[in-house]
Design a protein around this ligand. Structure first.
Ligand code: ADP
Ligand code: ZN
Ligand code: ZN
Length: 673
């Protein structure tokens, strides 16, 4: 390296700003200055931490405007140039800040200046250490069936970057396929990144991985302590852990020998970050595999329409596992028409009758109701008063166990009134039902059957979800009742009947993905039934048994539904047949938010093939006392969306608007459209 003063350091500063900043190297020091090292830099009137992302021969700034960095914080780089290029690409595509993106690859402790890079001492609580300490017991591997073998062969037959959509019904042995591929990758000295949408799914997968794979499994998700996460981070970065299992932010972890990427439940919206920097961990995982030139596997029983479209176009290899592995059989789907039979507390006569039969045979029944609490609204029978949230456009939910009315959107709560706040009447009635109310009723109806209720309220205590699920697996609860927490990924071998209390909201949702989400949820819940030797039945209660998409789903399964939904999307030119970005604004008044977006629309550059829709109020306009509006950019290609945003966003940033107004961009939005 030549004279240090002859080059410029480009630094991503930990600040919410879209630019990189140029600094001079430290004047006195002769220590090596490398890309990926952290630095302390003068910034405005304060000092900030940053990371060197590039070293350039010259700056566009005049020399008198350049300042030297205050301090070099590391003696060796924490990130490689390749890591940095992925992180900056992510920030650019999803319109995050470079500093935010680069620091999201580091454990929280290393985002601060006063910390050295020495790994922390191992603590007892660390999941990473725990899992590596467990002896892997030799267990008998199942013999792969034809489809599993074919999928594995197809993946092994390709080299370098390739994307595989592993489209396999629930219980078809996708995880078994992952395990075999991971084992091969580890044997060749590679590391594997496995992303899952939910924290709840990690302990189960972690257990299976630990039993089968001869490597420490590093786990990273937001429910772990910072210390555990950091230990896991070091295990991955040092290469001692062969597998990193994590939720969406784990996609940013540096993995020196990355040779395989797996995204399980790839359709799940939880893989998209919904606030701050709105990135899709699934799509970034694909990008990351591309940069690492390794295979990526997207697994699901209900692939996103985007992924199916990519498979149709030949961008992804479509691998099918159409039947259940081993001896398990697929469940039978039955409809219960809610319009033509008595319904008690949301439970149809048909469902209650079947429950009785199954419970009498000692079988397990799972009921799905995507609504927690006792009832979704309290009303006054005398004056029709409704329990509205004072801060949002929604009703307050009645929670009997804590005797409060609660808003599920902003957290507002108040005691359940005994008198009507409007007319003083005493006849207040909860309308409709949530899991609490259904559980109450079932306790009276089936007094000998303990009920396992699984929703956010019943699992608030740490470890409670795991405890309930384990007890459920062991058959301690003949009746299981839950929200979508119960729908995903959990293996419940004793369940022979699944009752879906209602999915009708999904058939008439305002968002264009509502039916897709409904179909995915239905198939996921249905997949809990009959996973072991016993066949299962899924009973779906609905008021719309003739809905065409519902019929397609019932008669032809998810693939039939998806085929039809894709035709509708194409006719409407909606994603995946177009690409979107959403400009959102929220403010204390509806007018301010709308006016800001109106102004934003007027400074939009030439749109070409793109279109702007709106501004319009968001689907739930008032939330937490703020009014939300949005402006939709839609175009026939990603490239056009990006080109428009490149020109447009700097102009939006320069608009005049009140400081209380907030705005954000969501590229490839999954919610609100
Ligand atoms: P998925 O991930 O698709 O839901 P899993 O891999 O969890 O499916 O497999 C479901 C069950 O079937 C598991 O208990 C698994 O051990 C078992 N299994 C998987 N593949 C086979 C096979 N080829 N033969 C027998 N059992 C299998
Ligand atoms: Zn009243
Ligand atoms: Zn509210």
């Amino acid at each position: 390296m030549t004279d240090q003063r002859c080059f410029i350091l480009q630094v991503a500063v930990a600040a919410p700003l879209p630019e990189l900043f140029d600094y001079l190297p430290p004047p006195q020091s002769t220590a090596p200055v490398l890309i990926g090292m952290r630095v302390l830099v003068p910034f405005g009137r304060s000092q900030r931490v940053g990371i060197i992302v590039a070293i350039a021969p010259a700056s566009e700034l005049t020399p008198d405007r350049l300042k030297p960095i205050t301090q070099l914080l590391d003696t060796q780089p924490l990130l490689t140039a390749a890591d940095i290029s992925f992180l900056l690409w992510s920030a650019k595509y999803y319109r995050g800040f470079p500093g935010e993106a680069v620091f999201s690859a580091l454990p929280t402790r290393l985002r601060r200046a006063d910390r050295s890079i020495n790994p922390p001492a191992p603590a007892i609580e660390s999941t990473a250490i725990e899992s590596s300490a467990i002896e892997s017991t030799p267990i008998e591997l199942p013999t792969l069936n034809t489809e599993q073998s074919a999928a594995i062969a197809a993946i092994h037959n390709q080299s370098g970057f390739n994307c595989f959509l592993l489209d396999g019904v629930t219980g078809s042995g996708k995880t078994e396929v992952y395990l075999r591929l991971i084992a091969t990758t580890l044997a060749r000295g590679g590391q594997v990144l496995v992303l899952v949408p939910e924290i709840g799914l990690t302990p189960q997968l972690q257990r299976r991985f630990t039993q089968r794979l001869n490597t420490p499994i590093a786990v990273i998700h937001s429910n772990l302590t910072a210390n555990s996460r950091e230990l896991a981070w070091w295990q991955v970065v040092r290469g001692t852990a062969g597998v990193l299992l994590g939720t969406r932010s784990a996609v940013f972890t540096p993995i020196p020998k990355l040779a395989l990427v797996i995204v399980d439940e790839e359709h799940d919206v939880s893989l998209k970050q919904q606030d701050g920097w709105r990135y899709s961990a699934r799509d970034l995982a694909v990008r990351r595999a591309q940069l690492a030139d390794c295979p990526v596997i997207l697994g699901s029983a209900t692939p996103a329409l985007e992924s199916l479209r990519n498979a149709q176009l030949g961008r992804y290899h479509h691998l099918l596992l159409p039947r259940r592995a081993g001896t398990a059989r697929s469940p039978q789907l039955v409809i219960a028409d809610l319009r033509t039979q008595p319904v008690t507390t949301g439970l149809s006569h048909a469902l209650l009758t079947r429950m009785e039969t199954e419970l009498n045979c000692g079988n397990q029944v799972l009921l799905f109701l995507n609504r927690r609490g006792f009832a979704p609204v309290l009303t006054c029978h005398q004056c029709n008063w409704l329990s509205n949230c004072p801060r949002c456009d929604v009703k307050l939910t009645v929670h009997r166990d804590i005797e409060r009315l609660m808003c599920h959107h902003c957290g507002f709560s108040r005691p359940i009134p005994t008198l009507c706040p409007d007319c003083g009447g005493t006849d207040l009635r909860p309308l409709g039902q949530g899991t609490e109310r259904v559980a109450d009723y079932l306790r009276r109806r089936f007094p000998d059957c303990p009920i396992g209720r699984i929703d956010r309220d019943s699992t608030r205590r740490k470890g409670e979800l795991e405890r309930l699920l384990t007890a459920a697996r062991l058959g301690e609860y003949p009746i299981l009742l839950g929200t979508q927490m119960l729908a995903k990924g959990h293996h419940l071998p004793g369940v022979t009947l699944v009752g879906i209390l209602s999915l009708d909201q999904g058939l008439h949702g305002v968002e264009f993905r509502a039916t897709e989400r409904m179909a995915q949820l239905l198939v996921q819940v249905a997949g809990r039934a009959g996973r072991a030797a016993r066949a299962g039945t899924v009973l779906l209660q609905t008021r719309y048994p003739e809905h065409p998409l519902l019929l397609a789903l019932l008669q032809q399964g998810y693939a039939g539904f998806a085929a039809q939904a894709l035709i509708e999307r194409e006719a409407a030119q909606l994603p995946p047949f177009s690409y979107q970005a959403l400009l959102r604004a929220d403010s204390r008044t509806s007018e301010t938010a709308m006016e800001f977006l109106q102004q934003a629309a007027t400074v939009a550059p030439a749109l070409g093939a793109a279109e702007l829709w709106g501004p319009a109020p968001a689907p739930l306009e008032r939330r937490a006392a703020r009014y939300r509006a949005q402006l939709l950019l839609q175009a026939p290609s990603r490239q056009i969306v990006q080109t428009v945003l490149n020109e447009w966003l700097p102009r939006v940033r320069d608009l005049n608007y009140p400081s209380q107004l907030r705005w954000s961009v969501d590229v490839d939005p999954q919610e609100g459209v």
